[in-house]
Design a protein around this ligand. Sequence first.
Ligand SMILES: *Cc1c(COP(=O)(O)O)cnc(C)c1O
Length: 465
Amino acid sequence: MDYVSTRGLAPRLGFEDVLLTGLARDGGLYVPETWPNISDELHRLAGNTYADLATRVMLPFIGDAMPAEEFAQLVSRGVATFAHAAVAPLVQIGPNDWILELFHGPTLAFKDVALQLLGHLFERTLTARGGRMTVLGATSGDTGSAAIEAMRGRRNIRVVMLHPKGRVSEVQRRQMTTVLDDNIHNVAIEGTFDDCQALVKDLFNDLDFRDAVQLGAVNSINWARLMPQAAYYVYASLLLGGPDRALTFSVPTGNFGDCYAGLIAERLGLHISRLVVATNRNDIVARALTTGFYDKGETEPTMSPSMDIQVSSNFERLLYEVEGRDPAVVRAAMEGLRDQGSFQLGRVALMQARSLFTGRAVSEEETLDTIARVHGETGLVIDPHTAVGIAAARTARMQRDIPVVTLATAHPAKFPDAVERAIGKRPALPDRLADLLERPEHYDVLPADADKLKAHVRSVVGNGG
Ligand SMILES: *Cc1c(COP(=O)(O)O)cnc(C)c1O
């Protein structure tokens, strides 16, 4: 399997190079050169364990990068850290409504699904090639802790993780800053998540710097972050009578990575009726899917902070797909975004996007109401991101007889303040994290300035960190 850049000016690469490269050298994102269709195989996967199913779903994307048995082992080790035997249990919340609980991993958000595997893939590839890597990431809250947990203590990897100062929840911050391993370096940036993400892209786009410190990416700009997420769409579908039975998924959305993973599953041959792109009031993607006009606004803080994003990186991958895989169109759109803060989707492209995706923005009130309603109707306590997904699914639903699966992206204990506002009680952290609020923390603070950040990364690397 070979991968090409959405901007068409970077070399075509195999899986392992895509894994280590992260962002393409032309600023674009890597995507498979062609989509494998495995619909025959999907029919045979019902009843498999999560790990076996996920291995089969991902193998076409690995190609000959490693033997299938070895990859299967890495996948098994990746899910072994999950606290639920089903890995991603499907839970019914209404007559034809379900949530897929993706938050049973070590840091209580769905990002563990991909990052636990990514840690093993990085280590294997770096060990085989004899290299080291400086993972540079930006987090709106959950990627950071999931990446840190997956990479801590690994000899050939150091991590520099940026989070927007004061804009992640206390639990989220502490899950990162209380990890004191020598190879982990947290930085609070005086700015928003979009500032953090722009800094990461700036440093990647300085090719000399990038090579000097061997930058690697754990954000969903890295293809290997998305591929594992396609597996749980397949898993849920097979439990509900797929792959041929039509299903709607509602996806709490920030960077559009999880949604794009739904597109991957659909391309593999899964019957997906609709992907609901559920956003909070930072609704750039929902608006773009309605109007065709993608224009960047100001990021506003909400109670679902992991979705407080205005520039959704993976929208570029969708754009590439719906614009007929024409890199020139993607380059022009991204120049528009850089220079004017906006671009317009072509008419046919917009129609294509809307044939699978429906965008819905959800207000803060609706989010609280949904947490309370689901609790009242089922006794389940859900987190605010999941609530956004459920609320969006309700308004976007077209046919009653098509099951709706909302991706439950975080454990409610990560967002105790919002949950308490909705239902009057604070969800408890699972035992393994019970003393989180007492553990010592360490992090540095920097302004949103690329040169200062480069100096910081160089000092970390220079100190052997
Ligand atoms: C990251 C995150 C999201 C958004 O996922 P994207 O792939 O960035 O769209 C939603 N909910 C939670 C809890 C997250 O951590």
